[in-house]
Design a protein around this ligand. Structure first.
Ligand SMILES: [Zn+2]
Length: 461
């Protein structure tokens, strides 16, 4: 069996990965808050942890991995969107959830084993909050229930900061009913149109953090073979480490459960070297890119070219290069057979703390070596070749086939007339469009190469 090594945020080091139960490897990843289209940065954890999910399935067997990614469908941003648009909350969350799943499918991600919606687990959250109050880790104040951060001595251990440092650096909400500004909301009152549920503390709704603790316990922790409430891996974006993940740990541990053994965080995404933000005008969604004709697999490829613990810089140049590479590989593997094992060197690269950059280099070598069957199976293993963007692979291929015929005819004519002007002109134009020309007695072969540009090709027809 392949040995997996993962970087654990909690210990700040790479560690051999040993699941609690090899027959049910369990992973939780914080999912989207569903009120709008996912922006490109939101897609990074979905792809990173999809690669890990695929690796775990490969190593332990597809039926022996449980991947839970929640859907936050109760949140003040959703309430605000409903108020702005006059639409019902359920309409907005249903539509946005469907968008999210469509967009992530375009990126070649597998659906997690379970995708619990927060609003379906309110009873479990209420039960956990009740336990926290009973144990003295939470208190009721003016219709709110707050977690008493200073009651959990290890608060801050994940991100390696003390509570006082965190107060200094964070935007903590000061409220008169809080014992301490660091205390965070477990339950808050609802009025008017705001969604709410009956609870021992009045009509209200949960704070954000409690849902992950409750759902992770119900769907993963309860399957700990030793009954300690632990599970294997918890993932999410770096921005969630504090306060969200610190709060999840505090809630679960104080409620008497174990929690994740390994914590994994992906770094953030930038665009052309700058932080993505609405004010810089470089803010876009996954759907924006897909609509511009950037195939989901190209986005996936660009993501995989950078290690998940490094900032990912999205650039148009990288997308163009990724597309040219994929077109080349797809053309090579079009006729290949299914059923080969994924390349062992690619599996090993991923087993080394998800070294996706190395995995892509191994694919280049496979393509170079001409091992088409393994290239094909490895591309599938990595989540490629499932394109749902109609025809993007074949569009370029059809163009190339047509141009190859054109060049072939021109060459036949030139052989008779001894005038190679037209052949040279076509070859120069193809080179300009990033196409490699291979001419032999057998015929003309055109391959997409570095700088492949389908638009320039289109103009040649
Ligand atoms: Zn979470």
């Amino acid at each position: 069996m392949t040995d997996i090594t993962l970087y654990n945020t909690a210990t700040r080091g790479k560690e051999p990965f040993t699941p609690l139960d090899e027959t049910n490897v369990r992973m939780y990843v914080c999912g989207p808050t569903v009120y709008d289209r996912a922006h490109l940065g939101n897609a990074r954890p979905a792809v990173v942890f999809d690669v890990l999910f695929r690796l775990l399935r490969e190593v332990y067997g597809a039926d022996h991995v449980t991947y839970v990614r929640n859907i936050t469908d109760v949140d003040d941003k959703i309430n605000a969107r409903a108020a702005e648009t006059g639409r019902s909350i359920r309409d907005i969350t249903n539509e946005t959830t469907a968008w999210y799943l469509e967009d992530m499918a375009e990126l070649g991600t597998l659906e997690p084993t379970e995708m619990p919606r927060a609003t379906e687990w309110i009873d479990q959250m209420i039960a956990m909050i009740g336990t926290l109050i009973d144990k003295g880790n939470a208190y009721e104040a003016e219709g709110h229930v707050l977690f008493r951060v200073r009651s959990y001595a290890e608060y801050g251990a994940l991100s390696g900061r003390s509570v006082d440092d965190m107060i200094a650096g964070a935007r903590v909400e000061v409220a008169p009913y809080k014992e301490d500004p660091m205390d965070f909301v477990l339950w808050k009152p609802s009025e008017g149109d705001t969604p709410g549920w009956e609870s021992p503390w009045g009509y209200g709704r949960p704070g954000w953090h409690i849902e992950c603790s409750a759902m992770a316990q119900e769907l993963l922790g309860r399957f700990d073979p030793e009954g300690k409430g632990r599970f294997d891996i918890h993932g999410g974006g770096n921005d969630l480490q504090f306060p969200h993940h610190e709060n999840e740990i505090a809630q679960s541990k104080c409620a008497g459960h174990g929690f994740a053994n390994v914590w994994m965080h992906n770094e953030m995404l930038q665009v052309e070297g700058k932080k993505m933000s609405k004010s810089l005008g470089n803010f876009f969604t996954v759907r924006d890119l897909l609509d511009q004709g950037v195939p989901g697999e190209v986005i996936r490829f660009v993501f995989l070219s950078t290690h998940y613990r490094k900032p990912m810089d999205w650039t148009e140049a990288k997308a163009r290069e990724a597309e040219a590479t994929l077109r080349k590989w797809y053309a090579l593997t079009e006729q290949g057979d299914d059923g080969a094992e994924p390349h062992h060197a690619v599996v090993s690269a991923l087993a080394n703390d998800l070294n996706t950059h190395q995995a892509l280099s191994e694919l280049h070598q496979l393509a170079h070596a001409g091992d088409i069957a393994t290239l094909r199976s490895t591309l599938q293993f990595l989540g490629f070749m499932g394109s749902t963007v109609p025809g993007w692979v074949h569009e370029g291929q059809d163009l190339l086939t047509g141009l190859a015929e054109m060049l072939s005819t021109a060459r036949a004519t030139a052989m008779e007339t001894k005038d190679f002007g037209e052949v040279d002109r076509l070859k120069a134009a193809l080179a300009e469009a990033g196409v490699e020309v291979r001419m032999s007695k057998a015929g003309v072969e055109l391959l997409p190469a570095e700088g492949f540009d389908a638009e320039k090709l289109e103009m040649m027809r």
